[in-house]
Design a protein around this ligand. Structure first.
Ligand code: FAD
Length: 445
């Protein structure tokens, strides 16, 4: 499920967005992108690039010309001295990460998964966690973008840095990004510590720990009083040699148990059971997280940051000023406990440092991210709307790739540089070649 079918029909990963484009274009070069944009312009058709289809919103939906950059997923160049890598925008993070590792480089920070394309990840302000770090888009130091009239814009620190800043998070509304230059860091490992603790303990100590921990996040498990806290510390230490084969197997099993069984296989089964018998959800949640559970491991950064996600779900995520995050989360927890039906998916809490990208969800402020999820094909609107109303009290900004109900009339006040973005949109795509219904609604037409 998810992706482009042989008949051209498209569906996103979660299965809640689908479309039947008039045609699918699979360019292999920037010149082919330019050509297809010019043809579409001559026909008066709109054009939409899709990445990995991992957005929950209709941001990547189109019934007109769908463009996939799956044939444009190469590393174009590496500048070892600057620690920069130039990639075609269709490259998936799971392909890029090991390639970087092979040349002793790494992405400074990553989100929970690595299925996304680089073009898609930056366009929606995709982020991981850590107050000393920022979004993936903040590490973009160069972009090549095909605008609405087919012209190629080369943007970098010496070539229109102003426009570069805006296009780093462009929602796909500014043009087709063909190439991205990413600022990387020397390869590093992460020492991961995962603990299931009482949620009160996790909330009370969070802000203090966040100030001193490289990457910290937690998942509150509704109806259990428990949370799973993850702390990842950057290190160049190598994984410790295992004293015995048994110890090595035990370590590997523990990690497998966390990532594959509890986050995927068993979790999926529990959700199917919970969908049939909702009253069992609180007990099943208790099986997913047991107090005292703990795992420790040390491996390459990208293997710790990203996990497989095989259980499909729907998600909404809001960013609020970091200093209000825990208060906002406590209100979300009250809402969940009083919703009148059990919730089987955890609520995720992360933090991130600020950046200066006009439509970045962490523009100008250290940000706390609160993400709520439900098992796919289960009702979410009352829950997500209730959470959104709480986020309104903190000037919350919804993740562009995740479900939300606010449109441009509300969102324009949440971004101090909203009109700087709109000016860039007018400049690069005056005819609305790259818009779709979602973008008209979320950004204005
Ligand atoms: C299981 C799961 C886990 C997730 N975890 C996280 C997380 O930890 N942190 C987080 O912040 N988000 C997370 N997300 C959200 C995800 O990172 C974003 O939705 C991201 O945009 C998906 O990338 P994609 O390649 O699938 O883009 P798509 O969803 O295919 O496209 C998103 C937008 O990007 C545009 N776009 C794509 N490529 C280009 C291009 N070359 N030029 C111009 N525009 C382009 C599209 O037109 C569209 O508007 C998660 C999503 C899922 C399903």
């Amino acid at each position: 499920m998810g992706g482009i079918r042989p008949d051209g029909a498209w569906r996103n990963w979660a299965g809640n967005q689908s479309s039947t484009p008039v045609r699918v274009e699979r360019p292999r070069s920037e010149a082919e992108v330019v050509a297809l944009v010019k043809v579409a312009a001559a026909e008066g058709r709109r054009v939409k690039v899709v990445g990995a289809g991992h957005s929950f919103t209709a941001i990547a939906r189109t019934d007109e010309v769908l463009v996939t950059l799956d044939e444009m997923g190469a590393v174009v160049g590496i500048d070892q001295e600057k620690g920069q890598v130039r990639v075609e925008a269709g490259i998936r993070l799971f392909n890029l990460n090991p390639l970087l590792h092979a040349v002793d480089l790494a992405m400074p920070n990553l989100g929970d998964i690595a299925y996304q394309s680089v073009g898609g990840a930056i366009s929606t302000s995709t982020h991981g966690t850590g107050l000393g770090f920022s979004s993936i888009a903040a590490g973009v130091v160069g972009i090549r973008l095909v605008a609405g009239d087919g012209t190629v814009n080369v943007l970098g620190p010496d070539d229109d840095p102003d426009l570069l800043e805006v296009t780093r998070v462009g929602l796909g509304a500014l043009g087709i990004i063909t190439e991205v230059t990413l600022q990387c860091v020397p390869a590093f490992n992460l020492y991961a510590l995962e603990e299931v603790l009482s949620v009160d303990e996790v909330l009370d100590s969070f802000d203090e720990l966040a100030a001193t921990t490289d990457h910290i996040e937690f998942f509150w498990m509704p109806h259990t009083g428990l949370a799973m806290r993850k702390r990842n510390t950057r290190t160049t230490d190598a994984p410790p040699p295992s004293k015995s084969r048994r110890q090595a197997l035990r370590r590997r099993w523990k990690r497998f148990k966390n990532k594959e069984i509890m986050e995927n296989a068993a979790f999926g089964t529990f959700n199917h059971i919970g969908k049939m018998v909702p009253s069992l959800i609180p007990s099943l949640n208790g099986l997913v997280a047991s107090e005292g559970d703990r795992a420790e491991y040390l491996t390459t950064s990208y293997e710790v940051f990203a996990s497989p996600r095989r259980v499909r779900f729907y998600e909404m995520e809001y960013g609020v000023p970091a200093e209000c995050g825990i208060e906002a989360l406590r209100r979300v927890m009250d809402l969940v406990e009083n919703l009148g039906r059990p919730i089987s998916f955890p609520v995720e809490y992360r933090v991130l440092g600020p950046d200066q990208i006009p439509l970045s969800t962490s523009f100008g402020r250290p940000t706390a991210y609160i993400a709520v999820h439900v098992f796919r094909r289960t009702p979410y609107e009352d829950y997500f709307r209730g959470v959104e109303a709480i986020m309104d009290d903190y000037g919350g900004r919804p993740h562009w790739g995740k479900l939300h109900f606010h449109s441009s009339s509300v969102l324009c006040d949440r971004y101090p540089q909203w009109y700087r973005f709109q000016a860039a949109r007018k400049l690069l795509d005056p005819a609305g070649r790259f818009t779709n219904d979602y973008l008209d609604w979320a950004l204005g037409s």
